[in-house]
Design a binder for this molecule. Structure first.
Ligand code: F0G
Length: 455
């Protein structure tokens, strides 16, 4: 069957079209850091799928019905019902975004010196664990390390290592990221979630989901895991939530909204502690840093995101983009997930060594060549770099992430992206490396500046 976007477009925004000389100037002015570009100078923005989705007409209508009362607003109850319908967790707290929910949960749950275990902590999740004096330990399954392996569930946690850690260490929490963003947007199987839940229960350790992309994970379970082909995405999502004690989630992804997060759980005593932190830091528990308008739009977005037609089209668009890129001779992390395609810049640019950041070179060139903005996920972002800018430990892979906003770009936009990549890939030797000019000690990739190296 020919796949197409299962919606039509009612409101449009012009795309900024710039020339290469203009982009060369803009990129130089931005210190060769795409985060410093103004969005109005970007033609196709694949920096993130977070908070960048398009609202539906029903979400806009729901927003107008938003109740902006300080306490007990109707919007909260609609939001809570939408979360309970999915998760069945009785305690539901809105938060302004995912990282706020994480901070509250970890502060309420972890004691200094404890270990948080994950398939892969997202960066903010890791930061929130470490800021409490705890260790954030990633235990991805071995297949996750091989970017070419066509294993269906490279988001899984390594169960043997998890079992060992639960025996020997003071584990305060196990948090499973679905899908595994840090690990290439790979899904986690229900079998792996179930086994993790059992191990946690046996050791009395709380088990939470980082459920930012719960619907996309459910879709990939239906496609790839034996026994789930006839389940609906909502049924799979409910099953996943039922295995855990609670969840944190950035709703800027599968809430298809511009802002929002949630923290939800079974444990009443833990919920009481979280509620105090919520009031102190985010807001009264019936709004938690969000407006009534946003709570209502989220409640509606959370029902739309599990529509099989929507998920099928989104997954197919990403797969189509990945295939066009592979056909152009550029390797990508296999198999393609749903929210992003990850390019293997290390393989395309063997003449640029890790300390000259090949992923960054490719990401920059995609902007110069086609006005496409995306981010490096390689040694610049993930490597160890000392104070004078020297790379002391490279990242395992030199990747570039093309994150796809929800319902924003059509297939022809994605084909334009693939066409630009194909053009750039014809003469990879023309790309040069980069050196760091300024590098802040924390959150380097957001604020650093770079300069091209004449090679
Ligand atoms: N967990 C995961 C798996 C995420 O991908 C993100 C954000 C967060 C937590 C934090 O949520 O931004 O609402 O505070 N990921 C974005 C990205 C920023 O581009 O991948 P937040």
């Amino acid at each position: 069957m020919q796949l197409m976007e299962p919606y039509r477009i009612k409101v449009v925004e012009p795309l900024p079209i710039t020339t290469r000389p203009e982009r060369e100037r803009l990129m130089a002015e931005a210190g060769y850091n795409p985060f410093n570009l103004r969005a109005e100078d970007v033609t196709i923005d694949l920096l993130t799928d977070s908070g960048t989705g398009a609202l539906s007409a029903e979400q806009q209508a729901a927003g107008l019905r938003g109740d902006e009362s300080y306490a007990g607003g109707r919007s909260f109850f609609r939001f809570r019902d939408a979360i309970v319908d999915l998760t069945d967790y009785p305690h539901v707290f809105p938060a302004h975004q995912g990282r706020a929910a994480e901070r509250i949960l970890f502060t309420a749950l972890l004691r200094p010196g404890q270990v948080s275990i994950s398939n892969t902590h997202f960066d903010t999740t890791r930061a929130n664990v470490e800021m409490l004096g705890c260790e954030a330990r990633d235990l991805p399954c071995p297949q996750a390390l091989d970017i070419d392996a066509d294993h269906p569930f490279k988001g899984d946690i390594d169960l043997d290592e998890l079992a060992e850690a639960l025996e020997t260490d003071d584990v305060g929490l196990v948090i499973m990221t679905i899908t595994n963003n840090g690990g290439g947007g790979q899904p986690v199987s229900m079998a792996n979630l179930r086994a993790t839940a059992e191990l946690c229960r046996r050791h009395g350790v709380p088990f939470f989901l980082d459920a930012a992309r719960f619907a996309e994970n459910a879709w990939l379970v239906i496609q790839r895991e034996p026994g789930y082909a006839h389940w609906s995405p909502r049924e799979v999502a409910r099953e996943a939530f039922s295995l855990a004690d609670g969840c944190v989630a950035s709703l800027k992804k599968d809430g298809i909204a511009h802002m929002g997060g949630v923290l939800a759980m079974h444990d009443t005593e833990l919920a009481r502690r979280c509620e105090q932190l919520l009031i102190a830091g985010e807001g009264f528990p019936t709004y938690g840093g969000l407006s009534g308008r946003e709570l209502d739009m989220l409640a509606q977005g959370l029902t739309e995101v599990t529509d099989p037609a929507y998920l099928r089209a989104r997954a197919a668009a990403t797969e189509h983009l990945a295939q066009l890129i592979v056909d152009a001779g550029v390797a990508v992390v296999r198999p393609a997930g749903v929210h992003a395609v990850y390019l293997d810049a290390g393989r395309l640019l063997p003449h640029i060594p890790p300390h000259m950041f090949p992923g960054h070179a490719l990401a920059t060139e995609l902007y110069l060549a086609g006005g496409i903005r995306c981010i490096e996920l390689g040694s610049l972002f993930l490597g160890d770099i000392d104070r004078d800018g020297t790379l002391t430990r490279p990242a395992r892979h030199e990747l570039v992430r093309l994150a796809i906003p929800r319902r924003v770009y059509t297939q022809s936009h994605l084909e334009y992206v693939a066409g630009t990549i194909a053009e750039v890939a014809k003469t990879p030797e023309r790309m040069t490396g980069y050196r760091l000019v300024e590098s802040p000690a924390v959150l380097r990739h957001f604020k650093c500046t770079l300069a091209p190296v004449v090679m």
